[in-house]
Ligand binder design. Structure first.
Ligand code: HEC
Length: 190
């Protein structure tokens, strides 16, 4: 092969691999904006419904709502934006929300950042299949504590027994306000 062709092939290979790897900073920024919008719209949808049930019937009514309606409501938002949405945590309540390897890595990264007192920022990355993911931290707020705070304190014994009956392996109590509760992973389909 002559050297010109070889160098041309080399160039093509470099271009191709950089495409494969690559999201430019500008693309990342765009995904962060989109991801934030989708995450906010999920929080709004879940939060307003959750608070309505909390007001009407306390944790007793709101927990079954989280158990049965959180996923269909999240799915509604996901379909609207053509993405999939997963909530996961280092301390899970529902086993179906278990983190995968990448999510584990990001959870650990956020936990370390928190210890260092750093501000947690969303992360955009591409997986091996070329799909783009938006990861963002979810922190505990005062309104989460009735179901994720300390048992016997914010979480009443009665609430804990309802939680235990639905989630025998519940690890999602004992949090304090501003602790990392988990992350959201938004996967873009296109
Ligand atoms: C009324 C009780 C209640 C309140 C209030 C509540 N949660 Fe939950 N949370 C639950 C239940 C029940 C589940 C399990 C849902 C399921 O089965 O998928 C859950 C699951 C989660 C998960 C998914 C990961 C896992 O552990 O399975 C995250 C993340 C989460 N909650 C964050 C929050 C945050 C942040 C707030 C406050 C803004 C909040 N929750 C308020 C009851 C509650």
């Amino acid at each position: 092969m002559n050297t010109k062709i070889i160098s041309l092939l080399g160039l093509v290979a470099i271009l191709f691999s950089s495409c494969q790897k690559g999201l430019t900073d500008k693309q990342k920024e765009e995904y962060v904006i989109k991801g934030k919008e989708i995450a906010q719209s999920t929080v709004k949808k879940l939060g307003s419904n959750l608070m309505k049930h909390m007001k009407e019937g306390g944790p007793q009514q709101a927990i079954p709502f989280c158990n049965t309606a959180a996923n269909p409501l999240t799915k509604e938002v996901a379909e609207k934006y053509n993405v999939s949405i997963k909530r996961t945590s280092h301390k899970i309540r529902n086993e179906n929300n278990k983190p995968n390897e990448k999510e584990d890595e990001i959870l650990n990264q956020y936990l370390v950042s928190l210890l260092k007192g750093e501000k947690l920022k969303p992360i955009v990355s591409k997986d091996q299949d070329g799909k783009v993911h938006f990861y963002a931290p979810m922190k505990l707020e005062a309104k989460c504590m009735a179901c994720h705070g300390t048992v016997g304190k914010e979480v009443t014994i009665k609430t804990d027994s309802i939680l235990k009956s639905l989630y025998p392996n519940d690890k999602a109590t004992g949090f304090k306000v501003d602790d990392l509760r988990g992350i959201v992973n938004i996967t873009f389909n296109n």
